[in-house]
Design a protein around this ligand. Structure first.
Ligand code: ATP
Ligand code: MG
Ligand code: MG
Length: 388
């Protein structure tokens, strides 16, 4: 399909699923991560690089072996990417280093969105992490408010809910040595997410609006489509598209948002890469988020004349398989039940089990959301029947 090789910074499950999509299109990939990382396990033919996506030499070695460089994680050494862009103008980097830099600092990301007229929660930069400064935030925002690390945050590690003045000490103990900002509490009734693919010529195309349900800050379930009125889906799609139009470069983006109790929508954060809330697209849409990413960064065609990747009958729930030590082999039992369930597909990432670690996911598809939910109950052990 394309003679060029894609270099991927990061070899976790997102990299693994990019490799799967690339393989189907005869596109070669080279991965940078530790030996035997998730993505390397399924591509034994590439000249992969062992090392960290934060190491300049390792990134340069991948750059030598590829034509287009991409990431499966935004926390990469962006300075090195900027240098490579100048030294090797022929090397294409998507998302662009400029976009990665804007997004990897959540506060800079927020400032960028505000500048572009995108609705986000109000936030304040904390330049000195002291009790006085956090009390001042409490006076301004009221309680609870969210204290967030600007960088290197994931799965809620880096966030602290300051629900009263008394919790400030604890918040500082946990996050005080990081660069911080505070965010006004978003009284949401639901969390929504939209995957957007941006082509090299700057066009954006959206996937269906989905609903994400978190448990202890980690995505637990994703309902596609979201169980909200069509008017809300339409507004969410436009908001996500507008947000992604403001970031230069090509590729897939995940847009997380809050659907507020008063009906409004706010963007929470953006990921410049495939996203957990887009795993359902493997079965739920004709072109998965991973394939869309490969096509977008290589400048391969997208379906002509389409405005959305939705199929007319997308009813999917994605269940994350997390490490769980509460019962022996609990994760495996869940996966086995999924194998017995018509319409369910199991994806395992080749990772060792640790509590709360994302080990895999299960996509469950059916002709109605009620039927999907019945299958889900069987898979999670809440019911004894897997049939339609
Ligand atoms: P991810 O794994 O998605 O990258 P993260 O560590 O970057 O997560 P956030 O997305 O900032 O963290 O927040 C995690 C969760 O915390 C959100 O999905 C939401 O449930 C809750 N949350 C975050 N910010 C707010 C807010 N301002 N008001 C209310 N809840 C919030
Ligand atoms: Mg995040
Ligand atoms: Mg998030």
């Amino acid at each position: 399909m394309d003679q060029r090789t894609i270099g991927i910074l990061g070899g976790g499950q997102l990299g693994r699923m990019i490799v799967e999509a690339a393989n189907r299109l005869n596109v070669k990939t080279v991965i940078l991560d530790g030996p035997n990382s998730s993505a390397k396990q399924i591509n034994a033919v590439g000249a992969h690089v062992d090392g960290s996506y934060n190491n300049a030499d390792a990134i340069a070695r991948v750059a030598q072996r590829c034509d287009v460089l991409t990431v499966e994680i935004e926390h990469v050494d962006v300075k090195t990417l900027e240098t490579l862009q100048i030294k090797h103008p022929k090397l294409e980097i998507y998302p662009t280093p400029q976009t990665i830099r804007l997004i990897q600092d959540k506060f800079t990301q927020k400032e960028h969105l505000i500048k572009n007229g995108i609705a986000v929660s109000e936030s304040i930069e904390i330049s000195d992490a002291s009790v006085k400064a956090l009390e001042e935030v409490g006076r301004k925002f009221g309680y609870p408010y969210m204290l967030k690390a600007k960088r290197l945050a994931y799965d809620g590690r880096g966030n602290f809910v300051v629900d009263s003045k008394d919790r400030i000490g604890e918040a500082l103990q946990l996050l005080g040595d990081r660069s911080l900002y505070a965010e006004k509490w978003a009284p949401f009734s639901m969390e929504l997410a939209v995957m957007i693919v941006r082509t090299i010529d700057g066009q954006v195309h959206s996937y269906p609006v989905v609903e994400t349900i978190h448990r202890e800050n980690i995505c637990h379930l994703c309902y596609a489509p979201a169980r909200v009125p069509d008017s809300v889906k339409f507004k969410a799609k436009l908001l996500a598209e507008d947000a992604i139009k403001s970031f230069p470069g090509a590729g897939i983006f995940g847009v997380e948002m809050f659907y507020l109790q008063d009906g409004g929508l706010l963007i929470n954060e953006i990921a410049p890469r495939p996203h957990n809330s887009g795993h359902y697209t493997i079965e739920g849409c004709v072109t998965s988020q991973f394939e869309a990413h490969v096509r977008a960064i290589l400048g391969l065609p997208m379906p002509k004349g389409f405005s959305s990747f939705a199929t007319s009958n997308t009813n999917v729930v994605m269940l994350n398989v997390l490490g769980d030590s509460s019962e022996k082999d609990k994760e495996l039992k869940t996966c086995r039940r999924a194998l017995e369930t018509p319409g369910a597909s199991v994806y395992l990432y080749g990772k060792e089990s640790r509590p709360k670690r994302k080990l895999g996911h299960i996509n469950i598809i059916a002709s109605s959301m009620q039927a999907v939910e019945r299958k889900l109950q069987y898979i999670t052990g809440e019911s004894d029947s897997a049939s339609d």
